[in-house]
Design a protein around this ligand. Structure first.
Ligand code: S1T
Ligand code: MG
Length: 545
């Protein structure tokens, strides 16, 4: 079999469900082989950042590898930001880049698409992936592919595969999947026992879950554990959407002072906090009112467990949860309390008043109560903070890396990966970056509902710098673009208009619906308001230190 074929089979065997990409001459053989063999469905998009975001969202939703296939040079380098975001937020994206043939690289001339040296691209990706390979020998290729794909899955981080165009069509053996990396089960047992002792001696134990819980497919196990122990669960900001399908065990999302006070109190007041799969970032923790009591906390993330002042290295999250469950399920069941979750707004007044971000959350809650929950992709901007008042449902968003442009292509990735119709939340600034990708919906029959928060502004920046005029944007009348991109567009400015447009959108299947929601500048969500206040307070505190 040809190397590109072996790679496609291996991607599929390791869990990839599809390939997103944009071709180029150095990648053409790989594209041709994919199209001809149909090993995995292939979706092309318009700009490589969108390819990366779609692959990232697919991996977040399916908890499997996402694949981005691009050409050498401008294609791959256009992907850098999306892959950096995937790295920051622990999303296992496989980057496959075409490359010049070995014979092409030996001449004196510079090759087209070459930046500084022929290795520049490899080195750039070394910085934002956990494992890399240049497949320049068909004999070694199967073992190298197996190694890199195992790293991607086990570390839940992006990897980079460079495939020269002549090697793509050379013959090689099939890829044999490697066995999982070994770990010490006695260490896992001791660690789990110690964790339970700690948590049980606490008066106010609580569990805080982060993205790794989903990446390692352990949501259901965490839910069982929390239920069995009777502990309340909150998600981090980045982990919003985790355990969305569990029976109301998640009480809400912890964002320090920016979040709901009851969640803040539960987490910051805990004397036995179990942080599971949590990434320590400023948006997750930077706005807390006081330090979390880390001396009494247990932190399981990045394949290690930290308890007070000691560390257990090499403890896979799934093995740890299996052991914890084995221990607690041996014991008699305890009376379990059901925590009360945050209450979300519903019952939007259908009047002619202007729309606030909170009204959008309310309208979406009404819609989902009526028609069932939808997966959500949110961009960076006030739309993400508004999502904190939308019922806890499956969500993909760049909550830590905070890169704009994720929302629309991520929505397409979700629909490709799950077949479900997604809801996309996006600001006008972010839509200017990647909104065009909606034009690809018609080819594949995708029909996301897009709620575009149009405040003609980079509003989130305005709150930090109210005096600046550079945050003003023009009114682009985005809804008028929808028809030429193959979708339906509506522009709404009243609460009645919004509720009715959403109902119409639900009824319209087969084409994307873009609802351009007009918002006055300065009208921001309560969560963003609190976030900004908390951030400013910390900044001022630091200034005094
Ligand atoms: N460029 C990219 C790719 N990502 C970013 N996060 C930024 C720049 C900086 C930035 C923000 S928030 C923001 C910018 C430009 C404004 C967003 O505007 P819009 O999408 O219209 O949403 P809203 O009006 O609700 O703010 C961050 C966080 O640094
Ligand atoms: Mg805006």
């Amino acid at each position: 079999m040809r190397v590109a074929e072996a790679l496609a089979h291996a991607l599929k065997a390791h869990g990839a469900g599809e390939v997103f990409g944009i071709p180029g001459d150095f990648a053409l053989p790989i594209f041709r082989i994919l199209e001809e063999t149909r090993i995995l469905p292939l979706y092309t998009m318009s700009h490589e950042p969108g390819v990366g975001f779609a692959a990232d969202a697919s991996s977040r939703f399916r908890c499997e590898l996402g694949v981005a296939l691009v050409t050498y040079g401008p294609g791959a380098l256009n992907l850098v930001n999306s892959v950096a975001g995937a790295y920051a937020e622990s999303s296992p994206v496989v980057v496959v880049s075409g490359a010049p043939s070995l014979s092409e690289t030996s001449g004196d001339l510079l090759l087209h698409h070459q930046a500084k040296t022929l290795d520049s691209q490899f080195r750039v990706f070394q910085e934002i992936t956990c494992d890399q390979v240049r497949l320049d020998d068909p004999l070694r290729a199967p073992a190298e592919i197996a190694r890199v794909l195992r790293s991607c899955r086990e570390q839940s981080l992006p990897v980079y595969i460079e495939l020269p165009r002549d090697v793509a069509v050379a013959e090689c053996d099939a890829v044999e999947e490697l066995a999982p990396s070994p770990f010490d089960s006695a260490a896992v047992e001791e660690c789990a026992t110690e964790i339970l002792q700690r948590l049980r001696s606490a008066e106010r134990p609580a569990i805080l879950v982060g993205v790794e819980v989903r990446r390692y497919r352990t949501e259901e196990r965490v839910e069982r554990l929390a239920k069995r122990l009777g502990f309340p669960v909150a998600t981090t900001f980045m982990g919003r959407g985790l355990l969305a399908e569990s029976e109301e065990r998640v009480i809400g999302t912890y964002i320090g002072l920016a979040g709901k006070p009851e969640v803040c109190e539960l987490i910051e007041g805990s004397d036995g906090l179990f942080l599971l799969g949590v990434v320590f970032s400023d948006t997750n923790f930077g706005v807390s009112s006081r330090e979390l009591d880390m001396r009494r906390a247990v932190v399981a993330s990045g394949r290690q467990v930290r308890i007070s002042h000691h560390v257990y290295p090499d403890i896979p999250l799934d093995a740890l949860l299996d052991e914890l469950l084995r221990l607690v399920e041996e014991e008699p069941r305890r009376e379990e309390s059901k925590p009360r979750s945050v209450v979300y707004p519903t019952g939007l007044e259908k009047d002619d008043l202007p729309i606030s971000p909170m009204d959008i959350a309310c309208a979406v809650n009404d819609l989902m109560n009526q028609h069932g929950s939808m997966p959500i992709a949110a961009d960076m901007g006030d739309c993400l903070f508004t999502a904190m008042d939308i019922e806890h449902t499956r969500l993909a968003a760049p909550a830590y890396y905070a890169g704009m442009g994720f929302g629309v292509p991520a929505g397409l990735g979700i629909q490709a990966a799950t077949g479900e119709r997604p809801l996309v939340l996006v600001g006008d600034g972010a839509f200017q970056m990647t909104g065009w990708e909606l034009g690809n919906c018609q080819r594949y029959g995708w029909d996301p509902i897009v709620l575009l928060f149009n405040n003609r502004s980079w509003e989130m920046l305005r709150v930090f710098s109210p005096e600046s005029r550079f945050n003003d944007l023009d009114d682009w009348h985005f809804s008028e673009l929808a028809a030429s991109l193959g979708g339906i567009g509506e522009r709404v400015a009243t609460r009645r208009g919004l509720a009715e447009a959403l109902e119409r959108a639900m009824a319209a299947r087969g084409r994307f619906v873009l609802i351009e929601v007009m918002l006055e500048r300065g009208r921001i969500s309560p969560t963003l308001e609190r976030f900004v206040q908390a951030f400013k307070k910390r900044r001022d505190q630091r200034g005094r230190d």
